[in-house]
Ligand binder design. Structure first.
Ligand code: SF4
Ligand code: SF4
Length: 162
């Protein structure tokens, strides 16, 4: 009995002065790995045009049927993206997503990527289904419009996002 108590106290003393191995979340957050996969983001070019061309490859690659893309033709006078089409509707159901990253790998324009953001709790199921307005990046990426887009991109002004 005394031996067990002494052993328990010994363990307590051993860890008493060690730095804590837990984080005071949410004030402090555990650092995430560079390859961490959080919620999705649709990048935009440095001139404000969307990088998504509505090809739907991410939707096809998704093993969880979490992505819905509906493409539409660009209006040449006010294109949303360089090229013929853009993602008219883009939706990610985060309740279905398993954060495997296959959609990111399938994207031919490097538009879609999984961010470091992991705080995705919400009070309703609807709020977990992210629409395009929540997925579009707030800031332009460093990507420039490629020169080989079809039809050729002539530097028209980017459409203003609602
Ligand atoms: S991370 Fe995986 S499961 Fe989630 S949307 Fe992309 S492909 Fe689908
Ligand atoms: S995010 Fe990428 S893969 Fe998905 S529709 Fe847009 S361009 Fe295609």
């Amino acid at each position: 009995m005394l031996k067990a108590i002494a052993k328990g106290l010994g363990t307590t003393l051993r860890v008493l002065f060690k730095p804590p191995s837990t984080y005071e979340y949410p004030e402090k957050k555990k650092p995430r790995a560079a390859r961490f996969r959080g919620r999705h983001e649709l990048r935009i070019y440095e001139n404000g045009l969307e990088m998504c061309v509505g090809c739907e490859l991410c939707q096809v690659a998704c093993p969880a049927n979490a992505i819905t893309v509906v493409a539409a033709e660009n209006d040449p006078a006010a294109p949303h993206s360089p090229g013929e089409r853009y993602g008219y509707k883009y939706q990610v159901d985060l309740l279905r997503c398993i954060f495997c990253g296959l959609c990111e790998e399938a994207c031919p324009t490097d538009c879609l990527h999984l961010t470091q953001e992991f705080e995705l709790a919400a009070f309703t199921r609807e709020a977990e289904v992210y629409q395009k307005d929540r997925l579009l990046a707030r800031r332009p990426s460093g990507y420039r419009v490629p020169e080989n887009v079809y039809p050729p991109y002539t530097g028209r002004k980017a459409a203003v996002h609602a």
